[in-house]
Design a protein around this ligand. Sequence first.
Ligand code: FRU
Length: 492
Amino acid sequence: TDVAPGFPAPTKHTQEAHSPLDDFTARWTRADAKQLKAMSDTTAGSRENSMPEEYTMPTVSQDFPDMSNEKVWVWDTWPLTDEDANQYSVNGQEIIFSLVADRKLGFDERHQYARIGYFYRPAGVPAADRPENGGWTYGGQVFDEGVTGKIFEDQSYSHQTQWSGSARVTKNGEIKLFFTDVAFYRDKSGNDIKAYDPRIALSVGHVHANKKGVKFTGFNKVTDLLQADGKLYQNAEQNQFFNFRDPFTFEDPAHPGETYMVFEGNTAQKRDEAQCTAEDLGYNEGETNGETVAEVNKSGATYQIGNVGLARATNKDLTKWEFLPPILSANCVTDQTERPQIYMKDGKYYLFTISHRSTFAAGIDGPEGVYGFVGNGIRSDYQPLNRGSGLALGSPTNLNFAAGTPFAPDYNQHPGQFQAYSHYVMPNGLVQSFIDTIGTKDNFVRGGTLGPTVRLNIEGASATVDRSYGNLGLGGWADIPSNRELKVNGAV
Ligand code: FRU
């Protein structure tokens, strides 16, 4: 492949598979991530997109419909799935889970108040025949107040919140809801009295569905599954801002009978002593546009040491888990590899994970979006998609200008820079995400609802936007179709 002048070549990755139990962690290197800036058009002017069209979500308009009919803020969303990530309707109802918050809160205050809510809609209706907002009915919260706080030994929390996860359904309508159970310990001014405590947790319930709607029973107990150990996954003692969340479980046809989980973590180093290595930088021998380990370690890039964790269930009920070494690290690349998932196609394993522009390390830049890696197994020498960069689908962004924030976008930024986040890749390459902010500094609106579903053509080490899908690439709003049907007994 051609390398842009002034930029290093991406690292060579073999895609070779290792045993899930092996101590091998693929690296999303600085040499790889530098390809993001290398493919950005330096001549793109104010409010233009500088990134290649084929990796960019088409621009979403400001007059989006709200899927909850103004009942709640909605962001991270996941479908009801089986061990192979198929998406189910139950007795004719499609069901999704979303993080929700009270609309009286500012959208940026949502994280301390997040609750898992659910929506349903009739299955089998083409997107074009549904109400514009996707046609979902908001079913309410999954848990009664107080249930998810019980696992914390220290009950003096100021905020107790539910963060992202995934939902597994079995033939008899049992749902295993994996999620992140979080306690915050803050004073009245919002300062931490002690570090927050995120845990990967499970609650088991049952689904009841008919034409009238969908209800759950049984989500009244939570099992604490995993806490960051400080050995493979950074913990609060090492860094009070550590990331540990977003479980996604699956089975691997290459290892029948096992259940695995990927999740967001950080490399287990002390925040102020973290060091990146020559392997984390990943420059090929003889590279003339590289960096030295010493200069990178001095640059502040060591504060960004995200990873994607792997765990394995050690019992059939999936209530006991053991950590395995991370499958991907992003040391000195980004601090957040959020909502990771495994997607399988044509015998290849794709690891997708979302990252913000603001969490990239010093010297690295890239858009808000979903990043993808391909290999021959769940643990492999993952090759970043698309020119070795990792970018699978970004929001329209201009890397020649600062980002600003979702509540104050930079004057020169493209109106779509914060239009989509928390992407989840569904069967057939469909991708759903939520709207954060749409518009320019002088004229923007906040989202809090799902955006239009788009489709990626995923082939080998490439993923490109399918512009023949929907309206010039933009499909239905909040369109999360099921590809499997489940019939169970159960009155609503
Ligand atoms: C992604 C995310 C998740 C987390 C949730 C908290 O948007 O940061 O990683 O579980 O939002 O609101």
